[in-house]
Design a binder for this molecule. Structure first.
Ligand SMILES: [Zn+2]
Length: 410
């Protein structure tokens, strides 16, 4: 079916201000975008009056954890769920992200080896609602006694050979991304963010195998050395980068065409804001988050000035940072990182399309691009917070089909 959107302001994802215009969708592609008073062809199309709302590209979450259990619809204390429940929860979280305007998601790791891969088959076939997904295998750190993540379901052997085996296996079962904790996490174990968890040999072997097997590597990297080794090993995405020093910043800058950085500010602010029950001590986490926030506020402008591609995405899915609240990240980018709303939206749409490996056809409202779009009541380029209330999303279209039809009850 063809669709025409009229009486809308179009934010095309480039970062330029919205302009009054019209947009036509044929099948799953945008075929015309014009500025008023020009009109698009209405031939064989359903015409949708946008009610003077803003039409914009669907959002991209750069650090998605669909298997992290908590969402805005369901609080889950802790991280562990039995496998059956984990599968249903992940499917539900996929729908929740799409309900909140996220038409794409890049996985930052799963709690199960194969779950996101089979979930993605259902998402692609149209059997379940959810975003376009880069599915990941289980998030990995080296086997150890005080494991930082609750995955524990797929260990790998140490050494270059162990890494090659693991990456190869993930690729063979259908993962598109493989996540490693290159350095630890101080929020969970004081001081761990500065500890390297893998050797240079291991990381280089993982990188080599990833290129051979055609998968992307995704890294949790706080320590400066973790960032440097991540760049050197050819990781596609590096999260956090908190302690990046001048040399690490230069390395990121010299690979700016092939690497993406997501500071994950959402989890940091959520940690600072959380008021946990008395039996749950978050004092270490909060002390660490305060340091991380200050460092990110200093780091992000430096990376940005050097042209490094930075993306919103905030590690949602923890009990105090639920899946579905992902658009909150944009507010934090404006509040803490020196972005205007339109700049934050550009990062979450156009750069998001590039992160998904589809920059030539995803993340912007341009003729020939895939029809992933949102009709918003209110102007997110004036105030990004309008995107946090899903009732303001009057229509959600993914791949040319409405997930939320205009006029449907919120
Ligand atoms: Zn994460």
């Amino acid at each position: 079916m063809n669709h025409v959107f009229t009486n809308v302001s179009i934010f095309d994802g480039s970062g330029s201000p919205p302009f009054p215009g019209e947009l036509r969708v044929e099948g799953n592609r945008i075929t015309e975008v014009v500025r008023s008073p020009a009109q698009v062809s209405r031939d064989a199309a359903v015409v949708i009056d946008g009610g003077a709302g803003v039409l914009m590209p669907g959002l991209v979450e750069a650090h998605a954890h669909l298997t992290w259990p908590t969402s805005v619809e369901k609080f889950v204390p802790g991280m562990y769920l039995p496998p059956e429940e984990l599968a249903l929860t992940a499917a539900r979280n996929a729908r929740i992200l799409l309900d909140h305007g996220f038409t794409s998601a890049y996985s930052a790791g799963s709690l199960s080896k194969k779950l996101e891969i089979s979930l993605n088959e259902h998402l692609v076939s149209g059997g379940l609602p959810g975003p376009r997904l880069i599915p990941s295998s289980v998030e990995r750190e080296p086997p150890n006694e005080t494991a930082l993540d609750p995955g524990h379901v797929a260990e790998h052997a140490r050494g270059a050979e162990g890494m090659r085996e693991f990456v190869k296996e993930c690729a063979e079962i259908g993962a598109k991304a493989v996540k490693f904790l290159i350095s630890g996490e101080s929020a969970l174990k004081p001081g761990a963010s500065l500890e390297l968890l893998y050797s240079e040999d291991e990381l280089m072997a993982a990188g080599e195998q990833a290129r051979l097997s055609g998968v992307w590597l995704t890294g949790h990297a706080h320590a400066a050395q973790a960032v440097k080794l991540g760049v050197k090993a050819g990781f596609r995405v590096l999260y956090h980068c908190t302690y990046a020093d001048d040399e690490a910043i230069e390395m990121l800058a010299s690979h700016k065409d092939e690497i993406f950085v997501a500071p994950t500010i959402g989890i940091v602010q959520a940690t600072l804001d959380a008021s946990p029950p008395p039996h749950f001590d978050m004092s270490n986490m909060k002390a660490d988050a305060a340091i991380v926030l200050e460092r990110q506020k200093a780091l992000v402008p430096k990376l940005r000035a050097r042209g490094v591609k930075l993306l919103p995405g905030g590690d949602y899915g923890f009990p105090f940072n639920p899946n579905g609240r992902n658009a909150w990240d944009l507010e934090l980018w404006v509040r803490h990182l020196g972005y205007s709303p339109a700049e934050a939206l550009h990062a979450a749409t156009a750069l998001g399309g590039e992160l998904m490996g589809m920059g030539h056809e995803l993340g912007q409202l341009r003729s020939g691009f895939l029809a992933d779009l949102l009709l918003v009541a209110g102007d997110p380029t004036e105030d990004v917070r309008v995107l946090q209330d899903k009732r303001n999303l009057k229509a959600i279209m993914k791949d040319g089909a409405f997930h939320k039809t205009p006029g449907a009850a919120s």
